[in-house]
Ligand binder design. Structure first.
Ligand code: URP
Ligand code: ZN
Ligand code: ZN
Ligand code: ZN
Length: 487
């Protein structure tokens, strides 16, 4: 029997980023058709209408994970949770985009979009960025300041790429770490005989991340380009972003489930595989006050969105670096646990309320990447991506019970308040009572338009009013020294 095409979510507390209210939500043909009180007809549910009781529960806009790497060929291996691939130096951005789409489209079970990496610079890249924006629905480009000799670009290339993003109405994203310092630091650690995962953090301490963060902000500000710093991992980098925002810079910081939920003390664990499974770049930080600090900044709008950087490798893949930490494929899990970790550490802890939770897990991402209000809000006309959330329920995270392909979970044993009861993806119930009903290919690529108002209104106005003009003065008429030619 076909699933009913209409859903009525009854009596839940509908939470948007600005407001919560107890209301019914009527979903038809994948979108929210009505929001209000007593939407159930007096005679009860007609045929074809399924009623989901949400009394005592929260009804949230579906989460938007801003940063994942599925199926990513990286450091000699391929991330085990599938879908995704990187661009090579010299490769066509458009071909890369089409390749990723061909991998993702048959597999995705929820809507998705793509950021495109710029890992080298040429007139071709510049032209292809425009084509991707105008014809392919891309409005964000990511540049790496790390991964020397692989993805790393120079400051001048950043300048060019940021200038281009600004011209075509895209947002520039950066992986902010000083790739030269990492390469030298790694040689130093290996020379000291430090070959284990702790070397990964020791060779790239917080200052390496903070320096690159400030450099990226300085370059973006010089060309008035909006900037998005992916995976904020340290207190030092977060402070740089907070200061820049207070200086009026258009910059956004994305902590991830890992940096908000765990820390880098694990690199010193005596079990090699345990330590190696935490290796990612920038690294988790050994200062155990880091997650709380980042969560406070996220609560206060110094940081804006949350991703996961989900890029998972099984133990045997991590073991490629068993004798040399520089060969451990970088990346951790997060995509399944992000919402629960942020609820537990953010809302249950009292740092943020339910509305801020929605802002940082969904709405802000939708606004920055120009998906709002189609995504990121429960409102009439919005896509029916909805989670019925039990704020009092608990679950214990474990690799034994998770649904990811990877055989390790960095949040192992964490008890989280905040449990999804029902997940609805464009009007279809895809998860309920522990059971998934997903169909590969049901998700759709969502094209995104350039010049997102949320970020570009300020940028455009600054262009109008802040562009320097020359001082008008009478020409100098006096004597001019004559330069003597050198003998
Ligand atoms: O270690 C990480 N973060 N792996 C994924 C690639 C990246 O740098 O985002
Ligand atoms: Zn990165
Ligand atoms: Zn541990
Ligand atoms: Zn990443």
């Amino acid at each position: 029997m076909a699933a009913p095409s209409r859903l009525l979510i009854r009596g839940g507390r509908v939470v948007n980023d600005d407001f919560s209210e107890v209301a019914d939500v009527l979903v038809e043909d994948g979108v929210v058709r009505a929001l209000g009180h007593d939407l159930l007809p007096p005679g009860g549910a007609p045929a074809g209408l399924r009623v989901l009781d949400a009394a005592g529960k929260l009804v949230l806009p579906g989460g938007i994970d801003t940063h994942t790497h599925m199926q990513f060929p990286f450091m000699g291996s391929r991330s085990i949770d599938d879908f995704h691939q990187g661009t090579k130096k010299g490769g066509s951005l458009i071909e890369a985009f089409e390749t990723w789409r061909s991998w993702a489209d048959p597999k995705v079970c929820c809507d998705y979009s793509l950021h495109v990496a710029v890992t080298w610079w040429s007139d071709q890249v510049k032209e292809e960025m425009k084509i991707l924006v105008q014809d392919k629905g891309v409005n964000s480009f990511k540049m790496f300041m790390a991964y020397k000799d692989l993805y790393m670009v120079t400051d001048l290339e950043l300048y060019e790429a940021f200038s281009r993003c600004k011209e075509i109405g895209a947002i520039a994203q950066v992986h902010a770490e000083n790739g030269d310092l990492i390469a030298e630091g790694a040689k130093k650690m290996l020379a000291l005989g430090i070959t284990g995962p702790e070397g990964h953090e020791l060779c790239r301490p917080e200052a390496v991340e903070a320096e690159a963060t400030l450099r990226a902000i300085t370059i973006a500000s010089a060309v008035n380009c909006p900037l998005y710093i992916v995976h904020v991992m340290s207190k030092s980098a977060a402070k740089v972003i907070a200061d820049a925002r207070r200086d009026g810079k258009v910059v956004y910081g994305e902590p991830i489930a890992a940096s908000l939920g765990t820390d880098g003390t694990h690199y010193w664990n005596k079990e090699w595989h345990h330590a190696a499974h935490h290796v990612m770049g920038p690294p988790l930080r050994p200062d155990p006050s880091t997650p709380d600090f980042l969560m406070n900044l996220l609560a206060n709008d110094d940081l804006t969105t949350t991703g996961t950087d989900n890029c998972t490798f099984n133990t045997c893949q991590k073991a490629l670096g068993k004798d040399d930490f520089t060969k451990i494929p970088n990346g951790v899990n997060g995509v399944e646990d992000r919402m629960s970790v942020i609820w537990e550490k953010g809302v249950h802890s009292g740092k943020m309320d339910e509305n801020r939770f929605v802002a940082v897990t969904s709405t802000n991402a939708a606004k920055i990447f120009n998906l709002y209000p189609r995504k990121g809000r429960i409102a009439v006309g919005s896509d029916a991506d909805i989670v019925i959330w039990d704020p009092k329920g608990t679950r214990t995270i474990s690799a034994k019970t998770h649904h990811q392909a990877v055989n390790f979970n960095i949040f192992e044993g964490m008890v989280c308040h905040g449990v999804p009861l029902v997940t609805i993806s464009r009007g279809k119930v895809v998860y309920e009572a522990g059971v998934f009903s997903v169909t590969a290919g049901d998700g759709k690529f969502i094209p995104r338009k350039p010049f997102a108002e949320y970020i570009y209104k300020r940028i455009k106005q600054r262009d109008r009013t802040c562009t320097p003009t020359p001082v008008e003065r009478a020409p100098y008429k006096g004597e001019v020294a004559t330069l003597k030619s050198r003998v």
